[in-house]
Each structure stands twice: as C-alpha cells, then as structure tokens.
Design a protein around this ligand. Structure first.
Ligand code: G4P
Ligand code: NA
Ligand code: NA
Length: 194
C-alpha cells in the first residue's frame, strides 16, 4: 500500500536492525485518515471471504481493526492482555511468548463474542515472530470458529512470523512488508514480491 509505505518512509524510524518506530501514526499518535485507508484496503482484500467478526489484540491493533470492521460492517473484538474486573467468566486464553521481553503472557477473549459459526479476520499492527497472531488464531480455533485470514499493517519480512503463518496455510495480507532495517535504512520488499 503506497500511502502507508510513504508514511513509513517519512515518519518511521529504524531504531535498530530489527525495530521500526512508528509512534507518529500507529503506536501512540494515530492518523485516522491513514487508518481509514488501511481499513478500506483490508476490507477489499477480504470482502469475498464472508467475514463475520474481526479479532485483534490491544492496543495498537484496535485502530486498524475498527476501521476494517466499519467498512465490512462486522463487530471487532480485541483480545485483552490483562484480566478485566467485569470480564471474568468464560474466558478463552492463549499464551504469547515475547522474544524481545523473554516472557510469556496470556491474552484472552470472552466466549460470549465468538461462536463456531464465525468466520474471523485477524488484524494486528506488526508481524514479527508471529506469536501474537498465533495466539489469536489459537483462541479462534479453540472456539471452533474459522480463521479466514490475517491482516497485518507492517510485516517485518526478515523475521519468521510471515513464513510460519503461511506455511501453516493461513492467508496473510500485509499492507507494508519491510525487507530490512539495516544501517538505519528502511527497505521494503520489492513490489513484484509484495
Ligand atoms: P517479538 O515477537 O519480536 O518478541 O515481539 P513481541 O511479541 O515482544 O512484541 C512486543 C510488542 O512490540 C508488540 O506490541 C508488537 O506488536 C510490537 N512490535 C514488534 N516488532 C515491532 C517493531 O519493529 N516496531 C514496533 N513499533 N513495534 C513492534 P505490544 O506490546 O502488543 O504493544 P501495543 O499493541 O500495545 O502497541
Ligand atoms: Na505494538
Ligand atoms: Na500489536
């Protein structure tokens, strides 16, 4: 998605060989116009799939997920990282291992909001090692609902999450795919390969 690539070129900062800072429009400050465009893009990629629900992970997945849900006219559920006071019964949980933090955390969704009949689009802001996406997939599949695909805003194609998910047979659509962040330079996977 060209608009997103341009935004990443203009406002993204390669913090290291593996971390891209995009807090000007995605991870802290949010650009609603760009989110809307991304929602339209995800919606058009998955419009023929008969999506009934979108599942994301708080917090940075929520904005692109909501925009997609608005266009596809389906509810958006965000998995929680902390147990809520009011949400205690019927939680479906899965573990997420963070390589960067070297810790395992649980994410959860209430079984009230998903059923076997659901055809789910999973959305997240980043795809690195795929642990978060795998946890969301696990939750959807524990409910015996269907995973129709995974929509990612920024895929770090030099990490293995994309390959892990695609090898398992999931359809992964990323709006921008980063080839490399070496030497503080942001390089995208070439268009033909995207
Ligand atoms: P890992 O697989 O690389 O170890 O990543 P980890 O699960 O530890 O991810 C930690 C957080 O960092 C996640 O957000 C994830 O989306 C995000 N992330 C991973 N790679 C990058 C990157 O290159 N740039 C940025 N900006 N974020 C990245 P989170 O903790 O769930 O936070 P949020 O959703 O509340 O923003
Ligand atoms: Na994040
Ligand atoms: Na995230």
């Amino acid at each position: 998605m060209e608009k997103l690539q341009n935004k990443i070129r203009e406002e993204g900062v390669a913090l290291s060989d593996s971390v891209l800072k995009v807090d000007k429009f995605l991870n802290h400050q949010i650009d609603p116009q760009l989110m809307h465009e991304m929602g339209k893009e995800f919606a058009s990629k998955f419009e023929k799939e008969g999506i009934t629900k979108i599942v994301t992970l708080e917090s940075s997945g929520i904005a692109p997920a909501v925009m997609t849900g608005l266009i596809l006219n389906v509810p958006v559920i965000f998995a929680r990282k902390k147990k809520s006071l009011t949400l205690t019964e019927g939680l479906i949980t899965s573990k997420v291992y963070s390589y960067t933090k070297q810790e395992t955390n649980e994410v959860s969704v209430s079984n009230k909001f998903l059923s076997k009949e659901d055809n789910v689009l999973i959305i997240d802001d980043f795809l690195a090692n795929g642990q978060a996406a795998l946890a969301l997939i696990d939750i959807v599949e524990k409910i015996e609902a269907t995973v129709a695909g995974v929509g990612i805003v920024i895929e770090k194609a030099f990490q293995d999450g994309g390959a892990v998910l695609r090898t398992k047979g999931y359809r992964v659509e990323s709006l921008a795919r980063i080839q490399s962040l070496s030497d503080k330079k942001i390089e995208f996977v070439k268009e033909k390969e995207q």
